[in-house]
Design a binder for this molecule. Structure first.
Ligand SMILES: O=C(O)CCC(=O)C(=O)O
Ligand SMILES: [Fe+2]
Length: 290
């Protein structure tokens, strides 16, 4: 073989041997660092507002109670009676089957409800409002890429602790469809201002890799509840949030199923939304789960 080729093979081989051994370079953590650095720079370029400073904002009565109830009832139908038709593009994700970790075993999520008859009108009426609100606060156009409904059954064992949803800049609107009066009802929780942290997250990326944790965006090593805000509220309350905040659903969720509309909002539009499609349910839940 050409000696130059041989040398090249050797270099590539050595590089991957080293990459495998150094925790910091395992599991694509180098990519995570790049993502984190990019996110910080994108965030620094956003308009200065209360939202960009604290990373979230709460809007009471964003939806009226009747709309919340009708979404909740429609969700019941898709969970217990008949799953969405394949051609609608909507599907129900059963998180318990995701293979990466033991998180969120009691969470069900109906994706792409904006593509379902009966829910598309509500989503179409919310979309311009939501995009307008956020654009006004960050000074850049945004796109609601998927409207979803999430049901969290009580769980104080497997809720995912503090994390980021990847390190890239993304937003979510959480609209409670059931009352969340207390911590035992599992409120959404964030650490205000944590979207601006760089070194703490760099530490987490390194620490996750060292422990062999493939979730490079787990942040529980560096954040606790002392500086957190939990959003208790009535149905209809919306929390608009930067997902680069350290966040979680409250872990001591011991009472009542919590329904939330979760809208995925990004700086670029997507044409197709298939998040978690590999975990889509094939038959409805049994009523024993209600
Ligand atoms: O369920 C919650 O309150 C938070 C869930 C979460 O971490 C997310 O949607 O990114
Ligand atoms: Fe999250």
């Amino acid at each position: 073989m050409n000696p130059l080729r041989k040398l090249l093979h050797k270099v590539v081989y050595k590089f991957y041997r080293v990459k495998q051994r150094v925790p910091f370079l395992r599991f694509g953590t180098d990519k995570a660092v790049l993502e984190l650095a990019q996110a910080v720079s994108v965030q620094n370029g956003l308009k200065d507002s209360k939202f960009t400073q604290q990373g979230y904002e709460v809007f009471e009565n964003f939806l009226d109670p009747e709309t919340c109830d009708s979404l909740h009832n429609a969700f019941d139908g898709y969970l217990y009676d008949s799953l969405p038709a394949e051609e609608s593009g909507a599907y129900v994700v059963e998180r318990k089957y995701q293979p990466l970790d033991n998180y969120d075993k009691q969470v069900y999520q109906l994706m792409n409800i904006h593509q379902l008859d009966g829910m598309s009108e509500i989503c179409d009426s919310i979309r311009p409002k939501l995009e307008g609100l956020l654009q006004e606060r960050i000074g850049k156009p945004v796109y609601c890429n998927s409207f979803t409904l999430q049901r969290d059954f009580p769980d104080d064992q497997t809720k995912r602790p503090y994390h980021n949803d990847g390190y890239f800049v993304a937003f979510k609107a959480f609209v409670y469809l059931t009352d969340v009066p207390e911590r035992k009802n599992g409120p959404y929780t964030v650490v205000p201002g944590s979207h601006k942290h760089f070194f703490r997250k760099l530490y987490c990326i390194f620490n996750n890799a060292k422990r062999g944790n493939k979730r490079h965006d787990d942040l529980f090593q560096a954040y606790d509840d002392k500086n957190a805000v939990t959003f208790c509220g009535k149905k209809g309350t919306m929390i608009l949030s930067t997902q680069t905040l350290a966040h979680k659903g409250w872990q001591g969720h011991t009472e009542g199923a919590r329904d939330v509309m979760v809208v995925y909002i990004h700086l670029t539009p997507t044409t197709e939304w298939t998040l978690g499609k590999n975990l889509a349910m094939h038959k409805p839940l049994s009523l024993a789960h209600a």
